[in-house]
Design a protein around this ligand. Structure first.
Ligand SMILES: Cc1cc2nc3c(=O)[nH]c(=O)nc-3n(C[C@H](O)[C@H](O)[C@H](O)COP(=O)(O)OP(=O)(O)OC[C@H]3O[C@@H](n4cnc5c(N)ncnc54)[C@H](O)[C@@H]3O)c2cc1C
Length: 267
């Protein structure tokens, strides 16, 4: 089954507590789901969606639950895949819920988990953020590899682009920073396996590695010259794909808020 997780709504992204979708419990213990979601990865292809909805709208985050919703359930419709700058091999779409009837068993984790959806989401966020950081390091290494190949073969002024000290120093700096990122990500992976990766550390990895990824992509595009702007080159597609890494999974600004909270600077 293809899975998706539906949190974001047209009026609630960073401010997830502001979601408006509701799943109201009925006399027989079933739920009725109403609302909509947007920017949902795998939304179009999904067979099973975890939907974040308010079960007690007056209670804010403490009134949020998670539901399992299967494609084809009456009242559940999918919008067309949205047109994106990058990540074109992956679909992102809107989902609509119009009086969708969900059995009591659709509540993820069972009856004990009613109104505890936010806690579940928070517990899994470090892993999601680390996955994004791992992807950022892998993409950066690939970009440096493509660029090394390119600058060795591309001739200008009678010599390879690699022969310019500027090219070599740029690549040396990027390679160094990506190695530093790799060490940090490895450390975070170790902590994750020990169940000790906290939200602030995972947020540091997500923010710093994705900022670095975008810096690497930009420099590597530059070293490709005009070829770096042509879709047929992997560096161009990697440049487009990189941009969203600083946005989804919690924006990098939100990551910095989380880090400062861990430093005791904010409530
Ligand atoms: C390709 C793609 C795939 C996605 N996949 C999924 C998915 O599978 N499931 C899902 O639920 N969502 C998904 N999202 C949604 C994504 O998580 C949100 O877009 C993201 O969290 C930002 O929310 P927003 O778009 O509402 O931006 P907003 O929250 O409106 O933010 C706008 C700007 O304000 C800034 N900002 C917001 N709050 C603060 C603050 N407190 N301090 C400083 N600056 C702030 C943000 O950093 C940003 O720069 C996806 C998005 C994209 C683009």
């Amino acid at each position: 089954m293809v899975g998706a997780i539906a949190m974001t709504e047209p009026a609630a992204g960073s401010d997830l507590q502001g979601i408006k979708s509701t799943a109201m419990v009925q006399a027989d213990g079933s739920f009725v789901l109403n609302g909509s979601k947007t920017y949902i990865t795998n939304g179009w292809h999904s067979d099973l969606v975890i939907v974040v909805a308010k079960t007690n709208p007056a209670a804010g985050a403490k009134g949020t639950s998670l539901f399992l919703l299967e494609a084809g359930t009456p009242g559940f419709t999918k919008g067309k895949p949205l047109k994106k700058l990058g990540l074109k091999a992956q679909d992102t779409c809107e989902l609509f819920f119009d009086n969708v009837r969900l059995p009591a068993e659709a509540l993820l984790g069972g009856a004990d988990m009613i109104n505890k959806g936010f806690i579940c989401l928070m517990e899994q966020l470090p892993w999601e953020r680390l996955q994004i950081a791992i992807g950022a390091v892998a993409a950066s290494l690939a970009a440096i590899g493509w660029t090394v190949d390119f600058v060795k073969q591309r001739q200008v002024f009678g010599q390879a682009v690699a022969a310019f000290q500027h090219t070599r120093f740029t690549l040396a700096e990027l390679q160094t920073e990506v190695q530093i990122a790799q060490v940090f990500v490895d450390k975070c992976t170790e902590l994750l396996l020990l169940d000790k990766l906290d939200t602030a550390t995972a947020s540091m990895a997500k923010y710093w590695c994705t900022d670095l990824q975008c810096k690497v992509m930009d420099a590597c595009v530059q070293l490709h010259g005009g070829s770096g702007f042509m879709w047929e080159y992997p560096i161009t597609r990697a440049y487009a794909d990189a941009r969203v890494q600083r946005i989804y999974g919690g924006t990098n600004e939100i990551m910095k808020e989380v880090i400062t909270r861990g430093m005791g600077l904010m409530q």
